[in-house]
Design a binder for this molecule. Structure first.
Ligand code: GDP
Length: 460
């Protein structure tokens, strides 16, 4: 059945390593003829007679000349990344040689792979489930330690295992309910209702945890927009420079961004903090504003977190209270940072703002307590409980499906409370199961698969 679904009797090829010059490059082939095609170009060894998981060194010949000396890695179906016969040709890394090898393969019967097609085949051949396949894309795109770890955890099946356990629970539940239905004439209650209630409650907690983890997952994957706001002369530029000196992320490494949209990015604890309106900060010493934040209101709404920086020797506790109320009213997440604590002394500054328990005192100029600020920044966006060992949802598709699962489970819970008949309960349970299966890719149609895999790069 899988073969029919894939319709993949052609052999695909692509350069698997990054474009440009490298010491070596890897060109990957997958499909029924992967080994035959390579054999034609590689006369020094009879590849068709070699076992899988072996390496072979020799010349790659095309149109009567040697293109390069290469190492051929053989993987025989089903023990390969795609589950098909796979050949990886390691050649020297010049773009010219890579292109020559590709030309030779295509002239000999391979076809250029579409983006994500290797991973798509791996999925269709049951080597990966959809969440694992999608995490391959995340893994390639990951640019911080935290996003790398999350993608890796998913690829190795952490999330899939959790979903599987949840499904087992629900299947057990629906089996019990349906058993009861079969005997409904006899008015028996096989299913211990209180145990079922517990099961649903437990599942609800688990799904809710996963749904909530999306916020954290999104932060890990995409970073968080950060605004430094405060009156003129509060020390915003000074703080910006202090942070940038030690934590500046290399912007060109960050996928999907351009220099225009991000001004500066900090990498703190593996989280990317994208600083917005840094130009505004740098000019702000000249602007005269009542409280220095009005103009920035729009920026603040855009931000995932606002650092409100103030001069502890200048601002009064009442001023700060006014500011805090405004943030609360606007629903803005903020961090209160009292700067120039060196002027008053940290102790006196603490006493002046004693009613604000969440305040961080620093001296941007002297680089004092900047570590504490960094730590609080990370905690505030990770909701305190960051542990990438836990499953974290980073994918919008999974998030949407989990919300459906949650809604269905909530209906089951309500149904049990109102003593809904078993057949109606079973419907809601099945709806929850349907969306769980959808996440793993079991009810996904081919168009949607093409869409998901098209977001990969070629060669994966
Ligand atoms: P901005 O207008 O908010 O960007 O403020 P600036 O960063 O330009 O700083 C305004 C003035 O405050 C400058 O003269 C800084 O040297 C000074 N300043 C900044 N941070 C500190 C600090 O931690 N302690 C002291 N004593 N002065 C600071």
């Amino acid at each position: 059945m899988i073969g029919k679904l894939t319709g993949h009797d052609d052999t695909i090829a692509a350069i698997a390593t990054a474009p440009g010059v490298g010491a070596i490059a890897v060109i990957r082939l997958s499909g029924l003829k992967a080994i035959d095609i390579t054999d034609i170009l590689f006369p020094s060894r009879d590849l068709a007679a070699q076992p899988g998981h072996t390496l072979h060194f020799g010349g790659l010949h095309f149109q009567g000349r040697v293109v390069d000396e290469v190492v051929v890695s053989l993987f025989r179906a089903p023990k390969s990344y795609t589950g098909e016969d796979v050949v990886e040709i390691s050649c020297h890394g010049s773009p010219y040689i890579q292109q020559q090898v590709m030309d030779a393969l295509i002239a000999t019967g391979a076809r250029l792979a579409r983006p994500g097609e290797f991973t798509q085949r791996a999925f269709l051949n049951g080597k990966l489930d959809l969440t694992q396949a999608e995490s391959v894309a995340d893994l390639i795109a990951s640019n911080t330690a935290a996003s790398h770890q999350t993608a890796m955890q998913q690829m190795r099946g952490g999330f899939s295992k959790e979903l599987f356990a949840l499904r087992e629970q629900l299947i057990k539940f629906s089996a019990l309910i349906e058993l009861e239905l079969d005997f409904s004439q006899e008015d028996v209650e096989f299913a211990d209702r209180s145990a079922l209630q517990q099961l649903v409650d437990q599942s609800l907690v688990e799904v809710e945890g996963l749904v909530h983890s999306f916020k954290v997952g999104n932060v890990i994957k995409n970073g968080v927009n950060t605004a430094i706001i405060g009156r003129p002369n509060a020390g915003k530029s000074t703080l910006l420079n202090t942070l940038l000196n030690e934590n500046r992320a290399i912007v060109s490494d960050i996928a999907g961004t351009t220099r225009d949209t991000i001004e500066e990015v900090l990498n703190i604890g593996g989280i990317l903090f994208r600083l917005i309106d840094t130009a505004g900060i740098r000019e702000s010493s000249d602007t005269i504003e009542s409280i220095g934040v009005q103009r920035s209101l729009e920026k603040m709404r855009e931000a995932g977190i606002v650092i409100y920086l103030f001069d502890v020797s200048e601002l009064t506790a009442d001023d700060l209270l006014t500011q805090v109320r405004q943030f609360d009213q606007e629903g803005i997440s903020y961090l209160l940072v009292g700067n120039k604590a060196d002027i008053l002394g940290f102790e006196e500054a603490r006493a002046k703002f004693a009613t604000f328990t969440n305040l961080i005192l620093i001296s941007a100029r002297d680089h004092a307590h900047i570590d504490e600020l960094r730590e609080r920044l990370v905690n505030s966006v990770m909701g305190g409980a960051i542990n990438t060992e836990n499953t974290i949802i980073t994918n919008v598709r999974h998030y949407a499906a989990l919300q459906e699962v949650y809604a269905a489970l909530l209906d089951v819970k309500k149904g049990m409370e109102t003593r809904l008949p078993g057949d109606l309960l079973a419907l809601d349970i099945r709806r929850a199961l349907h969306y769980l299966a959808d996440i793993a890719g079991e009810v996904t149609n081919e168009d949607r698969l093409d869409y998901i895999f098209s977001k990969f790069c070629i060669g994966k």
